[in-house]
Design a protein around this ligand. Structure first.
Ligand SMILES: Nc1ncnc2c1ncn2[C@@H]1O[C@H](COP(=O)(O)OP(=O)(O)O)[C@@H](O)[C@H]1O
Ligand SMILES: Cc1ncc(COP(=O)(O)O)c(N)n1
Length: 269
């Protein structure tokens, strides 16, 4: 039996809805063997971030080396990378790995708490973004990357194109979770725009949606599925996870990583 492996490089969420925890749950659901490198330990829950402890860059480097010296990596993703020193060790490590790289340019938690140092954003844009096979910004992140406002769906498509042509990412998926109306996302894959749309679900339980979506894309890519199809399947996965999300915690609740199985059962009935 051949096994595909996915790696996440990200921060933690002890409440289990976002970060490394969301990524590993998603990899497991989508039958990709899950591995993780921790960047920062984050004391957070559904209501917000209480404290953050950044691991030394040297320790992140050691984890990257330990996993890649021994294990196959068929696709990898990054989430929270808080500072320039961490970004540098990741940028030095990436060229040894010949696997698709999904970058979720995490900047703030759903609660509004910042997860990356403001002064490190330019470094991320200039030195890490060009390594990404695909980058998955939400609207505020895409605005930050390009330094321009994004309001209409035409602006979103243009932003996806510009992130590829100006910033050098292989592909860009601009997500519309932060707009009213349909939940529509646009992928520019270097040659054309693909759109992915789902009805907006009336819920506040969206803690970890971005992490879950990018982890699902990573898992599908690890299995050799091409990017437009991987995004299509990941969109179905995250929509089901939001639709069947949990009223857990006192804030923005977590999504349901096993929901897609329930949906598949419904379709088969
Ligand atoms: N209420 C919702 N109903 C349906 N889909 C949603 C909803 N909120 C977000 N999404 C979708 O979830 C995915 C994550 O998007 P987004 O919330 O923009 O990312 P992030 O978590 O990085 O801020 C996207 O596919 C987006 O369209
Ligand atoms: C460690 C970590 N990484 C990322 C997020 C963003 O999560 P969301 O998908 O809710 O924006 C988070 N809250 N914590």
């Amino acid at each position: 039996m051949s096994i595909q492996c996915s790696l996440t490089i990200a921060g933690t969420d002890p409440s289990g809805g976002a970060g490394i925890q969301a990524d590993l749950k998603t990899f497991q659901e989508l039958k990709s063997y899950g591995m993780s490198v921790v960047t920062s330990v984050v004391a957070q829950n559904t209501t917000g971030v209480n404290a953050v402890h950044h691991l030394p860059a040297e320790m992140i480097q050691q984890q990257l080396e330990a996993v890649s010296a021994d294990m196959p990596i068929d696709a990898f993703k990054s989430g929270m990378i808080a500072d320039k020193d961490m970004m540098k060790v990741i940028a030095d490590w990436i060229p040894q790995i010949s696997a698709p790289y999904v970058m979720d340019p995490v900047m703030v938690a759903q609660s509004g708490d910042p997860l990356i140092e403001a002064e490190s954003r330019a470094w991320l844009r200039e030195h890490l973004v060009p390594f990404a096979s695909v980058i998955t910004p939400n609207l505020p992140e895409a605005e930050d990357l390009l330094g321009q406002q994004i309001e209409t769906t035409d602006d979103m498509k243009e932003a996806a194109e510009q992130i590829v042509t100006k910033l050098g990412a292989g592909a860009a998926l601009v997500k519309g979770g932060h707009r009213d109306g349909e939940a529509v996302d646009y992928l520019f894959d270097g040659s054309k725009i693909h759109s992915y749309s789902a009805e907006r679900i009336a819920t506040n339980n969206t803690h970890g949606t971005g992490c879950t979506y990018s982890a699902a894309i990573t898992a599908y890519l690890s299995r050799g599925i091409d990017l437009p199809r991987a995004v299509e399947k990941a969109k179905q996965f995250v929509t089901a996870a939001i639709k069947h999300s949990f009223d857990l915690g006192k804030g923005s609740g977590p999504t349901n990583h096993w929901a897609w199985k329930e949906e598949v059962k419904q379709w088969k009935k």
